[in-house]
Design a binder for this molecule. Structure first.
Ligand SMILES: NC(=O)c1ccc[n+]([C@@H]2O[C@H](COP(=O)([O-])OP(=O)(O)OC[C@H]3O[C@@H](n4cnc5c(N)ncnc54)[C@H](OP(=O)(O)O)[C@@H]3O)[C@@H](O)[C@H]2O)c1
Length: 293
């Protein structure tokens, strides 16, 4: 099985490279932005035609959610056009594309968790660009998997966990929003899910497993509860010697350039039923993360 991984230096990309490195049954070409800028159509086609992967996994994305409100062109080039080039080139050699998407394609107004068939209604430029990327991939390559995930924390790069641990070093008190709910997701678990999907779909032409899937963590929490657990675990493991007081605030009191969905909870039943992949056990992931970092 030949796998091309894009965005290899990112949170999910680097976790994925680590997972594939532990296996012997696949030939992996992992490219970071310096090796392949996915917005360069010619470069994408050239690499895909040279390497001829069986599966392309696109983890590259423009992920600066607030900055995107002012950089719509770059955001759409990266999150819509890049995935389209990858999907078209995959289709041209009869390869499969696996593309990562987000809870931000939803409005966040629903009272329960979002299923794959729920109506999308992004509330930000980032969310719009990610939805446009999904649609472009679906249109360009029939053999596609779109994996929507949420609230990622991985060993590489900055995320909510690294930010909280950093802030705790210099602040006695922090304010964290308590009215946005979702499932934190450990990048290592996304990587495991992606490897399992590759192993399940590769060479299984009969199985109609292509389509959209949700994968994120359980239990669902709000950011305030997530922060509480980060400090509790960090404190127990001796990573933090002082424990900041956390004040819960509402989204209204924490204005950001991009609107966030209040409900980011993704229903992960489909991926469990089709692939036997369970939701990310993010509390275990958090313990692993804090031990490592
Ligand atoms: N982070 C989250 O909480 C979250 C939640 C839901 C869904 N997602 C989705 O999950 C996927 C992975 O996210 P992540 O957290 O791993 O993101 P990340 O850490 O920001 O990694 C994205 C990678 O893509 C690279 N990249 C950006 N523009 C590129 C381009 N034009 N060509 C090639 N590479 C490019 C970035 O390189 P540079 O570092 O050089 O910019 C970075 O290494 C993305 O599709 C994202 O939309 C993320």
């Amino acid at each position: 099985m030949k796998i091309l991984i894009t965005g290899a230096a990112g949170q999910v990309g680097s976790a994925l490279v680590n997972q594939f490195n532990k296996l012997n049954d696949s030939e992996v070409l992992a490219v970071a932005r310096n090796d392949l800028n996915i917005t360069n159509r010619d470069a994408v086609y050239k690499l895909v035609n040279q390497f001829k992967p069986d599966i392309i996994i696109n983890t590259a994305a423009y992920t600066a959610v607030d900055k995107a409100e002012k950089e719509a062109n770059l955001c759409f080039a990266t999150n819509r056009d890049g995935p389209r080039f990858l999907a078209e080139s995959a289709n041209s050699i009869n390869a499969i594309i696996i593309h990562i998407s987000t809870d931000y394609v939803f409005s966040g107004d629903k009272n329960s968790s979002y299923s794959e068939t729920d109506i999308t209604s992004p509330q930000s430029i980032y969310g719009e660009s990610k939805l446009a990327g999904e649609l472009a991939v679906i249109k360009a390559c029939t053999r596609h998997i779109i994996l929507r995930t949420a609230w990622i924390f991985g060993d590489q790069g900055s995320n909510f966990v690294s930010t909280m641990l950093q802030l705790a070093k210099t602040n006695d008190q922090l304010s964290v929003v308590c009215d946005q709910f979702g499932g934190p997701t450990y990048a290592g678990d996304i990587a495991s899910a992606l490897v399992a999907i590759c192993q399940s779909i590769y060479g299984d032409e009969e199985a109609d497993k292509f389509g959209i899937y949700h994968f994120s963590g359980l239990p669902h929490v709000n950011w305030f509860q997530f922060a509480q657990l980060i400090f509790e675990i960090a404190n127990n493991k001796g990573v933090l010697n002082k424990y900041p007081i956390i004040k819960s605030i509402t989204t209204e009191n924490y204005p950001t350039a991009a609107k966030r969905p209040l409900n980011s909870r993704l229903n992960t039943l489909k991926i469990t039923n089709v692939f036997g992949i369970n939701a990310s056990d993010w509390i275990r992931g958090l313990e692993v993360y804090i031990k490592k970092n």
